[in-house]
Design a protein around this ligand. Structure first.
Ligand SMILES: Nc1ncnc2c1ncn2[C@@H]1O[C@H](COP(=O)(O)OP(=O)(O)OP(=O)(O)O)[C@@H](O)[C@H]1O
Ligand SMILES: [Mg+2]
Length: 251
């Protein structure tokens, strides 16, 4: 079992889209996948067709129910759902002893049940994202090729370095360029800046695969489908397929 955390404190950079489409690609390869929604916005939960879940990751993290009780079986794999109630619990989490290692402890017994666990994080650094990074074997950082991403990489590196004493083997697989528009000169110039700041701050590269900008992504989400199921010929279908292969070679 490999645990991959998709993380960036910046909002709207394609974290949830990446988790959702990677789940679909991995499911197609007959891998047993669990998607964990750690975001009170619950976008991954809603995408998977789960509306008003009775049991969520919040109940699991608060130690109120066993994890299996909250997991739901969905089209693209199993989902541990979230809901907006997660938002109000940060203070409680902060006062729970050893909360930061809690998620890792909860996921460990699933080693024989799943091949891959994909964790979708909220766009903040909080107790829950720290717990995700402690549970991570690997981290993927989606980012847009823009100036603020290059600056943000350093902050991300600091956050990741903070959990290293608890998770010395954490490995950043790479920065994933999303909403990519090759013909924009600005994109190309910033791409170089981002590549060098990534190498410097995180000690890893940018994925060879870029996820191109296409309306097929938001449109597929509105239909509750992976981009492949929505439009097989979409550039993003090819991108997420290639990304999946790139990841599976690494892990
Ligand atoms: N490759 C793409 N091309 C065009 N639009 C995209 C692409 N990837 C994601 N989007 C759109 O960008 C918006 C943000 O994407 P998404 O929700 O995946 O980001 P996020 O990082 O999870 O956001 P948040 O930080 O709020 O959780 C969504 O409307 C999504 O449909
Ligand atoms: Mg999201």
């Amino acid at each position: 079992m490999k645990t991959i955390v998709v993380f960036n404190q910046k909002g709207g950079v394609g974290k949830t889209s990446t988790v959702a489409n990677l789940m679909a690609e991995m499911k197609r390869r007959n891998l047993r996948v669990l998607g964990v929604d750690l975001d009170a916005q619950a976008n991954l939960t809603a995408f998977n067709g789960i509306v008003n879940p009775i049991k969520t990751v919040r109940d699991v993290l608060l130690n109120e129910i066993p994890l299996e009780q909250a997991v739901q079986s969905c089209k693209y794999g199993d989902i541990l759902p979230a809901d907006s109630a997660l938002q109000a619990e940060q203070m409680r989490f902060a006062t729970m002893p050893a909360f930061v290692i809690r998620l890792r402890t909860l996921l460990q017994p699933l080693a024989d049940t799943y091949d891959v666990i994909l964790i979708d994080c909220p766009p903040v650094v909080n107790q829950v994202t720290a717990a995700a990074l402690v549970a991570a074997d690997y981290v993927i950082i989606p980012a847009e090729a823009e100036y603020f991403s290059a600056v943000g990489v350093e902050m991300l590196a600091n956050t990741i370095n903070e959990v290293k004493p608890l998770n010395p083997n954490i490995k950043v697989l790479g920065v994933l360029l999303v909403k990519y528009q090759k013909r924009r000169t600005l994109t190309r110039a910033l791409e170089e800046v981002l590549c060098s700041s990534t190498q410097k701050a995180l000690g890893c590269g940018v994925f060879n695969t870029r996820i191109h900008f296409t309306v097929d992504i938001p449109a597929s989400q509105a239909s509750g489908l992976s981009v492949r199921d929505y439009r097989n010929g979409s550039k993003a279908t090819e991108d997420y397929m290639t990304l999946c292969e790139e990841i599976l070679k690494e892990i």
